[in-house]
Design a protein around this ligand. Structure first.
Ligand SMILES: NC(=O)c1ccc[n+]([C@@H]2O[C@H](COP(=O)([O-])OP(=O)(O)OC[C@H]3O[C@@H](n4cnc5c(N)ncnc54)[C@H](OP(=O)(O)O)[C@@H]3O)[C@@H](O)[C@H]2O)c1
Length: 301
């Protein structure tokens, strides 16, 4: 099969299309023909050498595609099913024609592979982090990175649960954030005053998905770090803020299924940005590294 194979870690140019062995599904796994792979900030780090992955490596931590085979213990009737989820291995990932997985949701009719690939990591992480905040209908929540994959999922889950959301994002994304049902607030100097003006009755909780040094501002708005959670700021402990780590042990396909079903019902937006063929995976990484993608960047293997 064709894949973007990393033989040594480094700058985006290490992502080179090559022939690689097609994986074989093991117990509980399905073999997936990948139609779309979401590109994530964590893959930028992985490609550069973080996470101590072994070369040769095929990265890509979320996929959408079609089941083409099943391993022992999996019902044959799954063959032909459209699914979106996580590859089981960090080095047998989705920047490839095929991957193997045991953790996925079903893609409903009317939802594209690109939309599905854009939903997996955002919905899972947003739902898990929101669960830590114990929100109730009528509460007011600040979400930073509200225009991004995780942030836009957090805004939508919170809105569906009756929570008022202040969505912090760039000014060029204000209309998008508003379309998700949030009150848009621009990031940058003066953030605390802008949040207070947008929420005159106060704020109950904050979820940081931007990871751009915004925790002190969120703590100032809330008065304490107690009801602040971050998915992205590595300085969380320094500020006594809870960091919600994702990872292979705590991935949950149920919020992904919920979001995919809501897309099919016209009640959820998975914003797809630019798509790149496998041969242009390096350009996809360069775009994600800017931090301002205006929609999920997708690789089409
Ligand atoms: N905890 C976990 O397990 C986990 C899992 C997945 C991802 N993550 C992390 O979560 C973060 C977001 O991932 P993503 O896929 O949602 O990224 P994304 O789609 O690229 O979104 C990035 C967001 O950050 C905002 N942003 C960029 N620069 C900013 C700045 N200087 N100040 C304030 N906001 C800024 C962007 O706003 P504008 O473009 O509107 O300016 C956008 O809303 C990444 O750091 C990623 O590594 C963590």
């Amino acid at each position: 099969m064709k894949a973007a194979v990393i033989t040594s870690f480094g700058d985006p140019s290490v992502l080179r299309v090559a022939e690689a062995p097609q994986p074989t599904p093991g117990r509980a796994q399905v073999l997936v023909r990948v139609h779309a792979a979401g590109v994530n900030p964590a893959e930028i780090l992985a490609r550069a050498g973080a996470f101590r992955l072994r070369a040769p490596a095929i990265i890509g931590f979320e996929f959408a595609g079609v089941v083409e085979g099943v391993g022992p213990g999996v019902d044959e009737s799954l063959v032909g099913e459209r699914v979106a989820g996580w590859p089981d291995s960090a080095t047998q990932g989705s920047y490839a024609e095929y991957t193997v997985s045991s953790n996925y949701a079903t893609i409903p009719d009317g939802v594209s592979f690109e939309q599905a690939a854009a939903t997996v990591i955002g919905a899972d992480n947003a739902a898990r982090a929101l669960g830590l905040l114990n929100l109730h209908p009528g509460d007011t929540l600040v979400v930073t990175g509200a225009s991004g994959a995780l942030g836009s999922a957090a805004v939508q889950f919170a809105r569906h649960r009756g929570v008022t959301v202040i969505g912090v994002a760039g000014t060029s994304n204000a209309d998008f954030v508003e379309s998700l049902g949030a009150i848009p607030v621009a990031h940058g100097p003066g953030l605390v005053a802008r949040i207070r003006a947008a929420a005159p009755d106060g704020v109950d909780a904050a979820l940081d998905t931007a990871g751009k040094g915004l925790l002190p501002a969120l703590i100032e708005v809330l008065g304490s770090p107690e009801r602040v959670v971050t998915l992205a700021d590595r300085d969380a402990a320094k500020h006594d803020v809870a960091f919600s780590p994702g990872g292979s042990g705590n991935r949950d396909h149920r919020p992904v299924q919920e979001a995919l079903d809501l897309i099919a019902a016209g009640a959820w937006t998975a914003r797809v940005g630019r798509s790149f063929p496998l041969a242009k995976a390096a350009d996809a990484h360069r775009l994600v590294a800017t931090g301002h993608t205006h929609g999920k960047v997708i690789i089409l293997p």
